[in-house]
Each structure stands twice: as C-alpha cells, then as structure tokens.
Design a binder for this molecule. Structure first.
Ligand SMILES: [Zn+2]
Length: 172
C-alpha cells in the first residue's frame, strides 16, 4: 500500500463517521483537552497522525498577540517536529524517524483552530512493534486525552489514552 493510501486510511479511521474536518467542527468534535491520534503499521512503515485543538498545545487559538506567544507557538511546533521524543517504541523494533510534517494552526474567525502533525518511522523489525507509547501528555499538559485509532495487518482498535495509560498495545 502506498503511503498516501495509508494516510487516508488512518484519517478515515480517525475521522469516521464524520468524514470532513468541517463536519467534525460543527459536530462538536473540536473538544479542548482532547486530541485525535491515528497509528498505522504497513510493512516496515509506522505512521502516526495527530489532530487536535491548538489550545491543547499552545494554550491559545488566535494569532499570537505578542512576542511571547509567537515564541511559544514556535517552541510548540519544534517540539512536535521531534517525533522521536514524543513517542516511545520497543527498542527491538529498531524504528527510526524518517519524516515529519507539522501544520501550523490555521487561525479562523470563529476563535478556534486545529493543529496537525504527521510522523513516519521506518522499523527494521516491525514484528517487534508490539506497543506505542505517547509522550504527548508530558510535553503538552493541555492535552488530557488522546482518542487513538490503531490499524495494523493484525487488526484495528480504538482506545483513549491518558497520562496514566499512555501506552497502546498493537493488534497482532
Ligand atoms: Zn477551540
């Protein structure tokens, strides 16, 4: 499966049944404190996608109003780019971060904005990838819950991760 297909598969699993971003907003899925996480394994590729209210990360959802807020936004985007620090993986799976994409919030007129990030890891021994641990809660205390969807060749599942239960077991 091509990566693009894999991405849409994750997005679908995250977003279903509300398929479109706009629908999610109008359906009230933009919930402060809650962030969506999609995890998919295909061959040696592990892709993780995150989508949540910008407030969960920066504490505000409007254009930075001063230098301190500008710096805070830049800091947050930098932390998100470092996917290797945001996710703990079994060392024996030998996963290496290959690429990262972080979209800065698109500040609209309604006082809300989402932040999106995407990471791809390449794993030397994907069979050993039995769990994924999110360190998002430590990095971003504004995120209380990660509504997580996982898709692997072994199956799929949905779980809500919190700071107390931040590790998801992968379907085998
Ligand atoms: Zn909001």
């Amino acid at each position: 499966m091509k990566l693009a297909n894999l991405r849409s598969l994750i997005l679908l699993s995250i977003l279903a049944p509300a398929m479109l971003h706009a629908e999610i907003r109008s359906a009230g899925r933009h919930e402060h404190g809650s962030t969506m996480l999609g995890i998919a394994v295909e061959g040696q590729s592990l892709v993780i996608e995150l989508d949540g209210p910008a407030a969960n990360f920066t504490g505000f959802e409007r254009k930075p109003a001063n230098e301190a807020e500008k710096q805070e936004l830049a800091r947050v985007l930098n932390v998100l780019r470092d996917g290797a620090a945001l996710f703990a993986l079994p060392p024996e799976a030998q996963c290496r971060l290959q690429s990262t994409a972080v979209s800065p919030p698109d500040y609209g007129d309604d006082g809300h904005a989402d932040l999106e990030a995407f990471w791809e890891f390449r794993c030397g021994s994907p069979v050993a990838l039995t769990w994924v641990e999110a360190r998002i809660f430590t990095a971003f205390p504004g995120t209380a819950r990660l509504t997580t969807s996982v898709v692997t060749a072994g199956g799929q599942k949905s779980v809500v991760l919190t700071s107390g239960t931040s590790r998801v077991l992968m379907p085998q």
